[in-house]
Design a protein around this ligand. Structure first.
Ligand code: UDP
Ligand code: MG
Length: 342
């Protein structure tokens, strides 16, 4: 994605808070209030709150656009449709202009009041201060145990150190963000990509709260998809697993072949339908499994080779206006209009 910002404009802001918002109508006002207070306390007036509207359908869009028109600290970025959490987050990260950047969820599960302490931690010379959940209030046992299992599994198969029990809630330096924004991939697992960058990263333990309003937008299906993106984009271990599985069953097949030939020599060949059927079933299912894993990677490669933009922006309201003539926002909007044809 081309850089929409230029020179001084970009780095004149000390802090950006980037918040992807799906259907979060009932939480937006409270979010705005608490994040604004936290920013003021941490950096004074030099902050922006980038709210990405990820194809919301419940009035979140209107609420956010309205906020952005009245509070010049708020940037509203309205995406053309629902692209999902990680892409919405990417859109905000690419647009934001701060020297530092905090990623936050709209549901206030991660308290924005920790900002000052995280900033202080970063002052010690860290590039990434990532929140590590000590406790998860109001989340089901299933969600907690599946998350724990996922992170344990991910650590085993992935070459990059990805912290357990850390979400996207983190403070990043501008140089980290620039590296992140330079990564073009389509299947994005942002927290893993940040880990991949390296630099100096430190955990920041905190307690996660229940959602302020609404319900989770991560049902089992989306969680599984995110887990799959994480595994396949950071590791080819599943592909290797496929070939190991193939080899294992190849050896087993050879043994069975030896056994069959011996039985044939001994002259008792007719019984054995059961074992035959079992072998066919096992081999068949293993082949399908292996093909499926190949297919996952192939499909992802296919999607990546299209080189489509990751998202399309329908509208941006920034600095209290919809982008004044000659401002970088205006330029961005012109380009956006070119894409959408609006
Ligand atoms: N979200 C989004 N697009 C989606 C789903 C979720 O932008 O398609 C946002 C949502 O508004 C929230 C964040 O992503 O700010 C995390 O979602 P949620 O709180 O539902 O996930 P959970 O905390 O339950 O894992
Ligand atoms: Mg949440």
């Amino acid at each position: 994605m081309a850089d929409p910002h230029h020179g001084a404009f970009r780095h004149s802001i000390a802090l950006s808070v980037v918040v992807p918002c799906y259907n979060e109508r009932d939480g937006i006002a409270e979010l705005h209030r608490r994040v604004s207070a936290a920013c003021l306390a941490a950096v004074g007036p030099s902050y922006e709150i980038v709210l990405i509207i990820d194809g919301a359908t419940d009035g979140t869009r209107e609420a956010i656009l309205d906020l952005a028109r009245h509070d010049s600290h708020v940037v509203a970025m309205d995406l053309a449709r629902n692209y999902g959490h990680q892409i919405a987050l990417t859109a905000g990260l690419e647009f934001c202009r701060g020297e530092r950047c905090l990623i936050l969820d709209a549901d206030l599960q991660d308290p924005p009041e920790l900002l000052a302490a995280m900033m202080a931690k970063m002052d010690e010379g860290f590039d990434v201060v990532y929140g590590q959940r000590r406790k998860r209030d109001g989340e089901s046992l299933f969600k907690r145990s599946s998350a724990a299992l996922f992170y344990r599994l991910l650590r085993r198969i992935v070459d990059v150190e990805i912290a357990a029990d850390a979400g996207d809630f983190r403070l990043m330096s501008r140089r980290t963000l620039d590296h992140l924004n330079a990564m073009p991939e389509r299947y994005r697992f942002v927290r893993g990509m940040v880990s991949w960058i390296g630099l100096r990263q430190v955990a920041f333990p905190y307690e996660r709260h229940p959602r302020f309003a609404g319900t989770t937008h991560y049902p089992l299906k989306k969680m599984l998809l995110l887990a799959f993106d994480a595994m396949t984009s950071f590791s080819i271990a599943p592909l290797r697993f496929a070939s190991h599985l193939g080899m294992g069953f190849g050896v087993l097949g050879l043994c069975v072949l030896g056994y069959t030939i011996m039985s044939w020599l001994a002259g008792n060949t007719l019984p054995g339908w059961t074992s035959l059927a079992a072998i066919i079933l096992i081999l068949g299912s293993v082949q399908l499994l292996v093909l499926g894993i190949f297919g996952e990677y192939l499909g992802r490669m296919y999607m990546e080779t299209k080189r489509r933009p990751l998202y399309i922006v329908a509208e941006i309201v920034c600095d209290g206006t919809a982008g004044a003539q000659g401002s970088p926002v205006h330029e961005l909007q012109e380009r956006v209009k070119g894409i959408v044809g609006a």
